[in-house]
Ligand binder design. Structure first.
Ligand code: SF4
Length: 338
């Protein structure tokens, strides 16, 4: 590992520290490679891929990468490569049918009882395999009009009992903006649960600050936070502390991972991910088969291989450490087991 970067100090008393860490993210692929002693990999970096979907990775996440290892599983998740430019049949712009399930600006309703809000297009890290890398965030975020239309859609549908904040990364919004939404939702009697999908507790643990925890612990519903880690090396002491604080604030913690060629496509890697996550208080939830969006084909693991890996994982670990292996199929009433 390269030496851990010191935690950044605040620019001013009024600006949360996490926003400073956010702004200091690495955005230049060649700077990232130089930090890791991997300048020789520069020939494989694609400026065109980076133009389409920029590199962005927090320095604390870079500190968890192995210096000098071109196959580092964290580096592979963020480095734009020529592979992304190769056309692959069956890989499109909207693999999961978001546009078909849209019921309002930034509101997606795929499954019974649940409404998903695309809260923002911002993420602390740009994951190259992202299923929403082509999502039209400029027109489609629920926060754009002060949450008004999204809240009214939910209020009008008494069948919705769970609201899911997704994105982008919903925790990239400032805490007062999140509080504005939940204050409006609190007046809707049929909401029973809040779920938050976020990669921030893992990639930018500074985000889990006192203001966020104060907001979280005052919410009137049980809260599940579904974090996103694909490899055991994504956890460190800062991440453990952030997750512990979220648990102390009353949130149930689950992890969803994506099965990715060259990142976690071995039984050892998947077992280590489940065990490391559990040690940090996170239960495995889903192992997603890759969503087939343009530019990600080089990450795909064939279905037969995915099933064999999952069976081997189930033979090795206690049942509660084995995530469900699923694929999202547009039009299905839930995630489809593989
Ligand atoms: S954090 Fe999630 S939404 Fe953001 S780029 Fe990564 S996978 Fe996509």
């Amino acid at each position: 590992m390269i030496p851990a970067a010191p935690l950044p100090q605040p620019l001013s008393p009024s600006r949360p520290r996490w926003q400073q860490a956010w702004r200091e993210a690495v955005r230049d692929p060649r700077e990232l490679l130089a930090m890791l002693g991997l300048e020789a990999l520069a020939d494989r970096v694609s400026d065109q891929a980076a133009l389409q979907f920029p590199l962005r990775v927090p320095r604390g996440f870079v500190a968890r990468m192995q210096h000098g290892d071109p196959r580092d599983p964290l580096l592979r998740q963020v480095l734009p490569l020529d592979d992304e430019l190769r056309a692959a049949p069956g890989f499109g712009l909207d693999a999961v049918g978001d546009s078909l399930a849209r019921t309002g600006p930034g509101v997606i309703q795929k499954y019974r009882g649940r409404a998903l809000l695309v809260a923002t297009g911002s993420c602390a890290v740009n994951c190259r395999y992202c299923f929403r890398r082509h999502f039209p965030y400029a027109e489609e975020t629920a926060a754009r009009d002060g949450w008004h239309e999204a809240v009214e859609l939910i209020r009008a549908d008494a069948g919705i009992d769970e609201v899911i904040l997704s994105g982008g990364d919903p925790l990239s919004l400032a805490t007062p903006k999140l509080a504005e939404l939940t204050a409006a939702l609190a007046g809707i009697p049929h909401i029973r649960r809040l779920r938050i999908h976020s990669r921030l507790p893992v990639v930018l643990p500074e985000r889990i600050d006192d203001a966020l925890l104060g907001w979280l612990s005052a919410l009137p519903w049980p809260v599940a936070i579904v974090v996103h880690a694909n490899h055991a090396n994504e956890f460190d002491a800062h991440v453990d502390a952030a997750l512990a604080r979220l648990r102390d604030a009353g949130a149930a913690l689950l992890n969803q991972a994506v099965l990715l060629r060259g990142v976690n496509d071995s039984v050892d890697a998947l077992a280590a991910l489940s065990e490391r996550g559990y040690a940090a208080g996170v239960l495995p939830y889903y192992l997603h088969q890759l969503d087939r969006v343009q530019g990600v084909a080089h990450y795909e693991v064939a279905d037969d291989e995915a099933r064999a890996l999952h069976a081997a994982l189930a033979a090795r670990l206690s049942g509660y450490l084995v995530p469900k292996l699923v694929r999202e199929v547009p039009g299905d009433p839930g995630k489809r087991p593989l």
